[in-house]
Design a protein around this ligand. Structure first.
Ligand SMILES: [Zn+2]
Ligand SMILES: [Zn+2]
Length: 1024
């Protein structure tokens, strides 16, 4: 990379795009530019964080530039804990005037800046600790350190006095020479030679005076001076993009920016450019002296396995502890443990221990055990971990891999060392509680969520570029419409842009990919044996210590340190199942045990439901396409559910494997010879493929086939399988001769083996992890079972889970309607927060009423019951009596239990709301009001079905007040009739106002075509 030139200068004050929307460049481009200039080293000093440390270190190393890692910290003006704004006084009025700039403390008195560099590994770890401490102790507008924290962690740090916003510069600009001297003395005492006075020059009016003062201070205190360039972008021509980025951040335009840098030249400059500035040459030379001082950070970034610490009984090692758990687990699960389980358990135990992964499994066991003890629903298993008997024995999964025919090597391959990756599903509504529990168990300092970084995508880059250049919103939409739509959830890049390559496009290319915001990974949690702040940078949103830590490194960087991440994913359906089971138990039923073995999944009603395709609300099976496939395939056993989940994906569907599976299953002939891949292989492969009618549906089957035909172990088979799946052609070709040789030695012909190879290669790609489809298949079966057998309780739980999701709620309400379950209006005295099942149907949940929500419900619930309307207006909480909430309660019919006059109340709602509030006031003032509300005049003219339906559509997303059309006598339609009707509707598009329930199917018919509908219904013979 280095072009052989030498440049006698190094940049020690650099912001990349992790100084969010302030720095513009990527670490990689900075490093490349430093290399191009021939500079020996390059520092990074982002605002308040070290999130880019590893990336900067790697980028610099890859281009032969010495990495220096630092931070421009925010420093509290006093103690970090003191969360008030400081005022350092007006200072010398002459000085302030001369500056022509307000030299007040940054963040309106909240912080100053300080440049701190790590001299070595110890220093870098101290920077991490300082950052975490800034969130712990000093968060006030920004994460702030203070001078005592800095002194405490001074080892291995080099301190530069900072930019114009630093404490020393601020004091000098205020004319407070004495305080500046005190500060300089303090830093010199703590850091000695490692404290230098920083000078920079960007052509800002007050700089010359400030630099004069800084140099004077340096000479008075015998301090060395070092020159920096406050770099916020890479090349000079990036200045424009950087200005645009500041406008993106401040929502302004380049023509009328809210905030811009004063001065210029905030890029990675050459020595010659630096020499052109009025800065002492010695200050430029001293950058090289600092480069010399800085040592390697390699040990900080070293990869070594760092599993969470495990407490062991005296004298035990981890292998023994794991075995004890396996033994205990197998015995409690199976009672009398068959010998093949012991064999498999011993084998897996050896593999796990040889790979050093025992301390990964043990904590997971305790975590899941504790979660179950607390009643937090956990999924039966997802991903390949279901293949592990040890995971089953330890209660981490609930899948018996031997019965489900899952393969351990698909999860952990002793032939190929990779970290184990176990994903755990947790009831979504209790995931926060779960993570809180893990923090309690392992310690706040040892557990963190993993961050994500959002970048500016092509679409937003175009929109932002257009906007900051002054274009209208419509124009912005037009630019972004010149991109192709997202494919498979992947957003397009500017490379695919087809519009004009004008200035908007040019600017967009500069903005694309810039880090825009920090987020938190939806699943990943990292657990460490040592406090995480010793290993990596940490932040805590808003400095709130009730929240878990979040790493500053992304997932890959965290893993590259050898730290283990665990994925705890939120799954809504686990909460639905749990709620349904709870209701059934409360009702006096026995605790319902959901089956985990394929043979136990044998309920007839469940398979009837699945075959009917009426699976809205069934886990993983409720999309329209999936429901069509279910109708076609008519599942009759657990394997079919597991197969459907594996087949309903683009790969197998592209190859028509899903319809082929349905066709072969429908032929109902046990096994057919034509299904054999090759006659020679038929008998041998039947045990592996018969259950899927000769098709390869699951990845585990590829391993089984290779094991049978080549006589390989699963571990050996898994190596070839991985190459096939990842389309690693080189590896596949390399293994091919071995495959043929092994196959021939098992007695198979070249021809048969060739044919099999031709089938395996594409299927390895299409096939799906059986462990995952079995785990998810179980959840799907459970939900289908509950829907089929406990429809009211189940659908009620489904509705509650989407009560506050306006996109999902209407569809499920529709389904409840179709199922013929009466939906009862919300009732102020009886309804729960969510939907609740009762003997007459499902009661509408109060939180699901638009404009009400959980807070209002909770306030109302604490005052129930209300004896009548007067009582309600007297005692209901204020939250429920504002015009909005009151209107929603009235219109939705929630108060119908207290009065039949819904319409009258509605028209009087504003007066009633005001009156109730006034009365409350008077009561507080000690007057007893004579309370009487004039609402009770019955005016039947006001009552209208349409009005009520309209309100219900608005507030409940469904209609509860029935009209005559809903009451047509019904019978089930045949499939042909259904299609006929559907075509009829497609040919006659209308506003679909009239809803007709025919059989168990509900249809929306166009009102404009009433004669057509009547004719259709007559043809169907519905009215008999
Ligand atoms: Zn600064
Ligand atoms: Zn800076």
């Amino acid at each position: 990379m280095n072009n052989g030139t030498h440049d006698e200068f190094a940049h020690l004050h650099v912001h990349d795009d992790k100084s969010l929307l302030d720095g513009q460049g990527k670490p990689r481009s900075y490093a490349e530019r430093a290399a191009l200039l021939g500079q020996p080293a390059l520092a990074v000093t982002n605002h308040g964080n070290l999130h880019t440390a590893m990336e900067h270190w790697k980028s610099c190393n890859s281009v032969g530039v010495k990495p220096i890692i630092g931070c421009e910290f925010y420093v509290a003006p006093g103690e970090a804990e003191n969360k008030t704004r400081a005022d350092w006084g007006p200072g010398d009025p002459d000085r302030v005037a001369e500056d022509g700039d307000n030299p007040g403390i940054g963040g309106r008195g909240a912080y100053t800046h300080l440049t701190v560099l790590a001299q070595n590994s110890a220093g870098l770890r101290n920077l991490y600790r300082l950052q975490a401490g800034a969130y712990d102790r000093g968060f006030y507008s920004k994460p702030r350190i203070d001078d005592s924290a800095l002194a405490e962690h001074s080892e291995g740090l080099i301190v530069l006095s900072g930019c114009a916003g630093s404490a020393i510069s601020t004091r000098l600009r205020l004319g407070q020479q004495h305080q500046a001297s005190v500060l300089a003395d303090h830093y010199k005492q703590v850091f000695g030679e490692r404290f230098l006075i920083e000078v920079m020059h960007h052509g800002i009016p007050f700089e010359d005076a400030l630099n004069r003062d800084l140099l004077g201070l340096a000479s008075r205190h015998s301090l060395k001076v070092v020159a920096t360039n406050d770099s916020h972008y890479c090349d000079p021509h990036d200045s424009f993009v950087h200005s645009a980025l500041l406008c993106v951040q401040t929502q302004s335009t380049l023509a009328k920016p809210v905030f811009q840098f004063s001065g210029s030249g905030y890029h990675i400059a050459s020595r010659a450019e630096m020499e052109a500035k009025p800065l002492p040459v010695e200050a430029l030379d001293n950058t090289l002296m600092i480069v010399e001082m800085v040592e390697s950070y390699d040990s900080v970034f070293e990869r070594k396995l760092r599993f969470p610490a495990v407490e062991l009984p005296d004298g035990w090692d981890e292998a023994e502890a794991l075995w004890a758990l396996i033994e205990e687990g197998l015995e409690s699960r199976l009672g009398e443990v068959p010998s093949d389980y012991w064999d498999q358990g011993r084998y897996e135990h050896k593999v796990i221990c040889d790979m050093g992964y025992a301390p990964y499994f043990i904590p997971l066991h305790y975590i899941i055990k504790e979660a179950k003890k607390r009643g937090i629903p956990i999924g039966p298993g997802r991903g390949s971990a279901g293949g592990s008997l040890v995971a089953y024995a330890l209660g981490i999964t609930d899948l018996d891999p031997i019965v489900h025919r899952l393969i351990f090597e698909r999860f952990l391959n002793p032939e190929r060392k990779s970290l184990p990756d176990i994903d755990i599903d947790v009831d979504e509504s209790r995931r926060d509680e779960f993570i809180q529990m893990v923090r309690e168990m392992y310690g706040d300092e040892f557990v963190a969520q993993i961050c994500t970084y959002g970048t500016i995508g092509a679409k937003n880059a175009l929109k932002d570029a257009n906007r900051v250049l002054g274009g209208t919103n419509e124009k912005g939409l037009w630019y972004s419409s010149q991109l192709p739509p997202a494919k498979f959830g992947r957003s397009p890049s500017l490379k695919e842009y087809t519009g004009p390559k004008d200035e908007v496009y040019e600017l967009a290319t500069g903005l694309e990919g810039t880090t825009r915001n920090e987020g938190i990974h939806a699943a990943a949690v990292v657990m460490s044996p040592v406090p995480l702040r010793d290993l990596l940078p940490l932040r805590r949103p808003g400095g709130d210590s009730s929240e878990p830590w979040v790493t500053g490194f992304d997932m890959h960087e965290v893993e590259s340190l050898g730290l283990v991440k665990m994925d705890f994913l939120g799954l809504r359906n686990l909460g639905i199942i749990d709620e349904c089971l709870r209701v059934l138990t409360v009702r006096g039923g026995e605790q319902l045990l959901l089956p985990c073995l394929p043979d136990e999944c044998n309920d007839r009603a469940t398979y009837e439901l699945l075959s009917s395709g009426f699976t809205l609300g069934v886990f993983q099976l409720d999309s329209p396409g999936m429901r069509g496939l279910l109708r076609q395939l008519k599942p009759s056993r657990f394997d079919d559910i597991s197969a459907v989940l594996a087949l309903y994906r683009p790969g197998p569907m592209g190859a028509n494997a899903h319809t082929e599976y349905a066709r072969r299953k429908g032929s109902n002939a046990g096994w057919k010879s034509e299904w054999a891949i090759h006659a020679e292989l038929e008998e041998a492969l039947k045990p592996a493929l018969a259950q899927s009618y000769g098709l390869i549906v699951w990845q585990e089957q590829v391993l089984e086939v290779l094991k049978i035909v080549c006589g390989w172990s699963y571990a050996e088979a898994a190596l070839l399988f991985d190459a096939m799946r990842k389309k690693n052609h080189a590896k596949m070709e390399a293994t091919k001769p071995e495959y043929f040789a092994s196959g021939k030695s098992q007695g198979y012909s070249e021809e048969a083996l060739g044919e099999l190879w031709g089938v395996l290669v594409p299927f390895a790609d299409y096939s799906f992890n059986r462990a995952h489809s079995a785990g998810y298949g179980l959840v799907a079966y459970w939900t289908a079972y509950l829907k089929a057998n406990y429809p009211v309780e189940y659908m009620s739980a489904v509705l509650s889970s989407v009560a506050e999701d306006p996109d999902k709620l209407p569809g499920y309400l529709e389904e409840v309607n179709r199922m013929g379950i009466p939906l009862l209006p919300p009732d102020i005295n009886h309804s729960g927060v969510g939907f609740s099942p009762g003997p007459k149907g499902i009661h509408y949940g109060i939180s699901a009423i638009k404009g009400v929500g959980e807070a209002v419900f909770n306030a109302v619930a604490s005052k129930r019951p209300f004896s009548d309307l007067d009582d309600f207006f007297r005692r209901a909480p204020a939250k429920a009596l504002n015009t909005g909430s009151l209107g929603a309660l009235i219109a939705s019919g929630t108060l119908d239990g207290l009065t039949p006059y819904r319409e009258e109340l509605w028209f009087a709602r504003e007066a009633l709301s005001g009156r109730a509030t006034r009365d409350r006031q008077e009561r507080r003032n000690g007057q007893k009001p004579l309370y009487r509300i004039a609402y009770g005049v019955g005016n039947s003219n006001l009552k209208s079905t349409e009005q009520r339906q309209e309100w219900e559509r608005t507030y409940l997303s469904t209609v509860l007040t029935r009209s005559r059309v809903d009451l047509i006598p019904t019978r089930a339609l045949t499939e042909d009739e259904l299609y006929w009707l559907r075509d009829l509707l497609l040919r006659n598009p209308g506003d679909h106002e009239i809803q007709l329930v025919i059989g168990r199917v509900r249809l929306d018919l166009p009102s404009a075509n009433w004669p057509v509908v009547q004719q259709a219904v007559a043809n169907l013979g519905v009215f008999q």
